[in-house]
Design a protein around this ligand. Structure first.
Ligand code: HEM
Length: 525
């Protein structure tokens, strides 16, 4: 995720020099020009750690924010009030409180916080993830849910997943044959390119991993991730907003936004040209539309050209939706695959049990389809446990549209809400031995990941939940099933399973900090 969650505190904000500088000036500025706006004294506010003037509680956060929140929550409870500079932020870290946000008061909390850089990068919030709740957002989300990511559409992209996974297996096989048996392959790198290729083909109808244009686009997406995950200091401390200008952050946002726009214009124009040319040659609009509507851009252009009442969209909508697909889909899916394989390598008994299930169901069948995956209950349990234990989007955000109450506390309109799905997934109130990776916990359980069970929220819940659960899971499952059917895996250089690191890299999506290497041996069946 969705990487739209602006939860990452920039490192420079935590730099000791800046902290002391800001603290020194803070009392002066506080007296002179910053009228703190506390909620009314008559309101019942959530517990809150002591805060500094100007910085609020920012100095108490570390780059792995989900872990900072969890440890503060142990002291201050599952609903706590922090201040990011002058901005009040409520941190939610229990399933009970999450229900009140995303079920009981879903509409009251259906906005996203408005952040300058993210807004600029998403066509002024014309995308789904940033746009405020309302008619416009509803229209866009229904376009995506009905036309791009419905079960039928996800099924129709099965051939893309199969082809790209087959290529991945071929690559691994050739590396495992050419190398000595102990030579490891970089699974992190391979998952990144498989996921990018599947999303590119679904979105654009072709891959962009080769060729100069494509490489530039993938670089731009990388920069986009970085910028969206970094909050300019001025968002929380308005009197320091000039820093974004001086340090080049604003200019960088502008440059990336323009270059992405240029690239997407080109892609849309190419698609429109194909549609026009085919109309001229065949003069058979229906056939032309059917052929061109096999990828997201084609489908969206079809809606744009039809201009049907109620679902009309403009060119910026198309571009913003496509960006959402990349921002939301690439990093989170890759991270899920890397964490799943990491845990399987750390737990050989689980890996063997999963291999047994997959090989028994498939026998000597090479191509794995959605029907085969349906039968793989242990695989589904492994994926759920991965999403619980390593929620790829550990924190997602909302904003209160009106005054509301959460667990008896008053929350003022405009307050930012951060839901720590990672901490909820490890809460001992709901989970037996939460710090242990144990897929068996899901075998006799009806808990699901679609946002109905609030102790497990990898995709969020309520109106703003992720629209791509089926799309994302289909790719994760097909890759894992193939990897484990076709290869046996071990850790390189005699690393013991318990010594494989699970260090995290901070960001909106939590990746494994060090790339995952593992040694494959081809399994003949
Ligand atoms: C394992 C993969 C993924 C995970 C863990 C994930 C997680 C999330 C989360 C936690 C949210 C916020 C939900 C909320 O606020 O309640 C979200 C929203 C979203 N995701 Fe995903 N996501 C994944 C894959 C994808 C993919 C593949 C796409 C697109 C093809 C996508 C598109 C979106 C969009 C557009 C939103 C915004 C929805 C809205 O604001 O209404 N995600 N995702």
């Amino acid at each position: 995720m969705l990487s739209f969650q602006q939860n990452q505190i920039p490192e420079f904000l935590l730099h000791p020099f800046l902290l002391s500088l800001v603290s020194l000036f803070s009392i002066y500025i506080l007296k002179k020009c910053i009228p703190f706006k506390p909620f009314s004294k008559t309101k019942r506010l959530p517990p809150s750690p002591p805060k500094l003037p100007i910085l609020g509680n920012l100095h108490q956060l570390r780059p792995l924010t989900h872990r900072s929140f969890q440890s503060l929550g142990r002291k201050y409870g599952p609903v706590m009030l922090l201040h990011f500079g002058s901005k009040p932020v409520i941190i939610v870290q229990s399933a009970k409180a999450a229900i009140e946000i995303m079920k009981t008061n879903d509409i009251a909390f259906a906005n996203r916080p408005d952040m300058n850089a993210a807004r600029r990068l998403t066509y002024n919030g014309k995308d789904i993830s940033m746009s405020p709740y309302g008619e416009y957002w509803r229209k866009l989300k229904s376009v995506v849910v009905i036309h791009l990511l419905s079960n039928k559409m996800v099924q129709s992209f099965n051939f893309i997943r199969q082809e790209e996974t087959a290529l991945l297996m071929k690559k691994i096989k050739s590396l495992s044959c050419s190398n000595s048996s102990s030579s490891p392959v970089n699974l992190s790198e391979m998952f990144t390119s498989q996921t990018n290729d599947v999303i590119c083909r679904s979105a654009f109808g072709r891959k962009y991993s080769e060729g100069e244009d494509g490489k530039k686009f993938l670089m731009l997406i990388k920069e986009l991730f970085h910028l969206i995950g970094t909050i300019g200091i001025g968002e929380f401390i308005p009197c320091l907003s000039w820093i974004n200008n001086v340090n080049g952050f604003d200019a960088k946002v502008e440059k990336v936004a323009k270059e992405l726009d240029c690239f997407l214009d080109q892609v849309i124009q190419e698609h429109q040209n194909i549609i026009n040319a085919r109309v001229l040659v065949k003069n058979d609009t229906d056939t032309v539309m059917d052929e061109s509507r096999q990828n997201f851009v084609g489908i969206l252009l079809g809606i744009y050209n039809d201009n049907a009442a109620g679902v009309s969209i403009d060119a910026d909508n198309i571009k913003a939706i496509i960006l959402d697909v990349f921002i939301g889909g690439t990093d989170s899916t890759t991270a899920t695959l890397v964490w799943a394989m990491t845990e399987l390598l750390r737990h050989p008994i689980v890996m063997n049990k999963l291999q047994k299930e997959i090989r028994e169901i498939l026998m000597d069948k090479h191509d794995i389809n959605d029907k085969d995956l349906e039968k793989m209950h242990y695989l589904k349990a492994v994926v759920k446990e991965t999403l619980r234990y390593h929620a790829p989007v550990p924190i997602f955000n909302r904003e209160a549209r009106e005054d509301a109450k959460v667990m008896g506390y008053d929350v003022a309109a405009g307050t930012m809400i951060l839901i720590n799905a990672w901490a909820i997934g490890r809460d001992p109130t709901y989970w037996d031995e939460p710090e242990i990776f144990k897929p068996e916990r899901f075998l006799d359980s009806s808990l699901d990941i679609t946002g109905l069970d609030f102790e497990l929220l990898p995709f969020g819940s309520g109106r703003r939940r992720c629209p791509a659960i089926t799309f994302a899971m289909a790719n994760v499952e097909i890759v894992l099933a193939n990897l484990l059917q076709k290869f046996d895996w071990e850790l390189p250089h005699g690393i013991k399973p318990e010594d494989l690191d699970t260090l995290e890299l901070h960001g909106t999506t939590i990746h494994k900090r060090n790339p995952l290497f593992a040694s494959p041996t081809h399994f003949y069946f």
